[in-house]
Write a protein that binds this ligand. Structure first.
Ligand code: GLC
Length: 789
């Protein structure tokens, strides 16, 4: 395909390599990130995932050695050979990523049956595709693979095959499902504490085989498009994520209310039903910030309209909900009803905004409204139009948009692969842009909400491509109310998080089928620690609001939802960290314990930020579970405050109301007082839940108005809390930035497991309380230090 290397030249950070048959390009984004590009499909290098990429100033050398070209940055050595074969080493000379030079060997060899008959019974052959892009890399026994966005199965994807083709399939997803709603062609390879990522920026159907086809190699491949991939070196997984989100963007800081509990159902209607649900939350004092309207609110499923029989005065309804502390989020599907009396259809048709068939005739598919057409979100003009239309909803008070069916789904039938879209002047086919259709719809939605409200937009999406995190939060589509799906959600969310989609969640309680009191109780425990915490269920399934079962189930729901609200300032801090560094909220243990190989395969525990580890119950009737406490930290059982050494397996008893939670020793967790919704009252006092013991550590806490973009101009507060533990414990609090006027008026410090004899501020002894073996101190000032003796 390439032939021999003939020549090369260097232009700024780009090395153009002339092969016999084609010119390739190697770009040094920075000393850790290198892009490899070969225009085998289209000359121009373009990306839907990366916006305004900046190459960093960095020194590198290029030399010709025998039959290859060597590029050296301060971190990496890249050897490039004939046929565009590439080997990459770190600065210690360790081979990280080696191109596989052998032959591709199919993994079905000893089978010769009548496939046609097998297919008739519903068996599916394992297809071996002839890929246009095929990038095999040498596989080593001790390699682990993570990422790939939303995939079924375990955390480590070794020996699996996945493909990316955004798919709406509501049947119960199992481990054999190779594709779901999202396409994030990114993975992390971890070997002997050395991690690197590969982002394969190709929007066609892409495939990833991690040693399933052959244990000698793993590959990434595509049915068409260019060779265009980024090698992102760690060596820490954290650094890989920093690099990946440097390319594709981080999750922007959301509005604070979006971190609260959210209630959904297909479908709350009419208005009385919505008001009834909201009333129940407040009566029962179960915190909740948001109610969703599913498709039934629309007039015959026409997007941007209301059914005025079911919702005679949506503006009035929303006002009332807002007064009671609820935000309203409405669903929007891409499919526009074919109806000559419908404004959106007429406007879009007149302006040529819908995807057409190969003869230029608008293509009609079939979605909820019946015959429907599909806006061409690839076209900037269409995106602007769609963005403007968000005003139909935001102007009457809708607080967020839930983009569904944007794979795009066409009720069970694939849209023709040759449908035409207009990429700002260049005609592209559905098979090229299918995987970015939802992504571009989300971009339009984000921009529309931002423009019309000036607030941080809240968009929820089902379909994604790499980089969608910049515009939208995501949920994992139509799961089922089964234990299997609760179990699967944990590695799925961890992998989504380390694929850039930090703000993600599942339908808590399960969508399809009917949940049970026990399943909902355990699911809400996971949901408490999931970035997006939304309970949702399908049409005509049994009710699954927190109170829909017996008293115990109701109490467990309330206990955990209240815990979520207590943790809001900690969660908000995590989101700020995520915006700054790309670190997800829900994290696999290996992200913080990369030196501890025993964490590499843990599917059923996760870190909630760096300080909290959750080991949820994912099986029916489970009275106790084994928990692994990673090496390198000591831990405190959140419920009984027992101290535990790291590097051991323990058994934790788990009555139905107990979800095992562990706090890393040497942590400060900021807590809010009890509230029914975000913004219910000014938070005058911040509680610091401190797990001191023998270490020195600090915690930085962030605060702003939780709503708009003023923080970008410095309207935020930053506090630093330091602990020095020796013979005595010293606590110091300082205000590092004071740009937001509503500072806390006091701090409440809880020193867990510490019984103070005396507490001094300077030379002055100050008041404190001992409660349940803990020392509690109230401090009026925010810039101060105290000593506990
Ligand atoms: C899809 C969505 C689901 C929604 C339903 C009706 O199945 O995944 O969440 O409730 O459509 O709009």
């Amino acid at each position: 395909m390439f032939g021999k290397i003939l020549d090369y030249n260097i232009r700024n950070n780009i090395i153009n390599i002339q092969y016999e048959k084609i010119e390739t390009r190697v770009s040094i984004v920075n000393s850790n990130i290198i892009n490899f590009f070969a225009p085998i499909f289209r000359k121009k290098q373009a990306s839907y995932a990366i916006e305004n990429l900046k190459f960093e100033d960095c020194d590198f050398e290029v030399v010709e050695i025998n039959d290859y070209i060597q590029i050296k940055t301060s971190e990496l050595t890249v050897n490039i050979y004939d046929e565009f074969k590439i080997d990459i080493y770190n600065k210690l000379g360790e081979l990280l990523c080696e191109d596989y030079r052998g032959k591709r060997e199919p993994f079905i060899k000893n089978c010769a049956g009548r496939l046609d008959i097998a297919i008739q019974e519903g068996h599916k052959p394992n297809e071996h595709m002839d890929f246009k892009v095929f990038m095999p890399k040498k596989l080593e026994d001790d390699m682990y693979f993570y990422g790939f966005g939303e995939k079924t199965g375990h955390l480590n994807k070794k020996n699996c095959h996945y493909l990316n083709w955004n798919t709406d399939d509501p049947s119960p997803h199992g481990e054999t499902y190779e594709k779901l709603y999202k396409s994030i062609p990114f993975f992390i390879n971890l070997r002997k504490e050395n991690a690197f990522g590969i982002f394969f920026d190709n929007t066609f159907e892409t495939h990833f085989d991690l040693g399933k086809e052959n244990s000698k190699y793993y590959y990434f491949a595509a049915i068409d498009g260019n060779i265009d991939y980024y090698f992102i070196y760690g060596p820490s997984v954290k650094n890989v994520l920093k690099g990946y989100t440097y390319l594709t963007g981080t999750t922007p800081l959301p509005q604070m209310w979006t971190l609260g509990y959210q209630q959904c159902r297909w479908a709350y209607c009419p208005e009385e039903n919505v008001m009834e649900i909201s009333k129940k939350f407040r009566e029962k004092e179960i915190p909740c910030d948001c109610i969703y309207l599913d498709i039934e609110y629309m007039n015959g499923f026409r997007v941007f309209t209301w059914d005025d029989k079911k919702f005679p005065n949506p503006k009035r309804m929303i006002k009332k909900l807002n007064e009671d502390g609820f935000k309203l989020v409405t669903i929007i599907d891409p499919g526009v009803k074919v109806d000559k009396d419908y404004k959106i259809f007429n406007e879009g048709l007149k302006k040529g905004y819908f995807a057409t068939n190969k003869d230029g005739i608008v293509h009609t598919g079939w979605v909820w409204p019946g015959h429907s057409v599909f806006p061409d979100f690839i076209n900037k003009e269409v995106r602007n139009w769609w963005a403007e239309n968000q005003k139909n909803l935001t102007d009457i008070g809708v607080s967020g948009i839930w983009n569904d069916m944007n794979e795009p789904a066409n009720l069970g039938v694939e849209l023709p692969l040759d449908l035409k879209f207009n990429n700002d002047g260049e005609i592209v086919e559905h098979k090229e842009v299918h995987n970015v259709y939802g992504h571009m719809m989300d971009k339009a939605t984000y921009e529309g909400i931002k423009k019309s409200t000036n607030k941080r937009p809240f968009v929820v999406t089902r379909a994604c491509y790499a980089g969608t995190q910049k515009y939208s939060t995501a949920w994992t589509g139509d799961n089922q109310s089964t234990w299997e799906h609760l179990r699967m959600s944990v590695p799925m969310l961890m992998n989504l998080g380390i694929s850039g989609m930090a703000f993600c969640g599942t339908d808590v309680g399960g969508f399809g089928y009917d949940t049970t009191p026990e399943l909902l109780s355990r699911w809400v425990q996971v949901g408490t620690f999931t970035p997006l915490f939304r309970n949702h269920t399908t049409i005509y399934s049994r009710d699954q609001e927190p109170w829909a079962f017996d008293k115990t189930t109701g109490e467990i729901n309330k206990k955990y939802i209240k815990l979520r609200y207590k943790l809001i300032p900690y969660i908000y801090d995590l989101f700020k960290e995520c915006e700054d560094n790309g670190l997800p909220i829900i994290r696999p243990l290996l992200l913080h314990y990369q030196n501890d190989i025993d964490t590499y395969e843990i599917n059923d525990q996760f870190m909630f930020g760096e300080k909290i580890m959750v080991a949820p119950i994912l099986e029916q009737g489970k009275k106790a579970r084994m928990v692994y406490l990673p090496k390198g930290s000591n831990w405190v059982d959140y419920w009984n405050k027992k101290k535990l050494k790291g590097g051991q397996y323990i058994i934790k008893e788990t009555p139905l109301d107990v979800c095992p939670i562990y706090i890393k020793e040497g942590s400060i967790i900021p807590n809010y007082p009890s509230i029914n919704y975000i913004g219910e009252k000014e938070i005058d006092e911040l509680t610091l839940d401190i797990y001191p013991y023998e270490s020195n550590f600090k915690y930085t806490h962030y605060q702003d108005n939780g709503e708009d973009f003023k923080y970008k101009d410095g309207e935020y507060n930053l506090y630093e809390f330091c602990i020095n533990s020796g013979e005595n414990i010293e606590f110091k609090s300082s205000v590092l930035n004071n740009g937001y006027e509503n500072t806390y008026k006091s701090l409440k410090l809880i020193f867990n497991g510490i019984k103070a004899e005396n507490v001094y501020q300077g030379d002055k002894s100050i008041d404190f309380k001992i409660l349940n073996e803990n020392t509690i101190i109230k401090a009026k000032n925010l810039d101060f230090s105290i000593k506990i003796i």
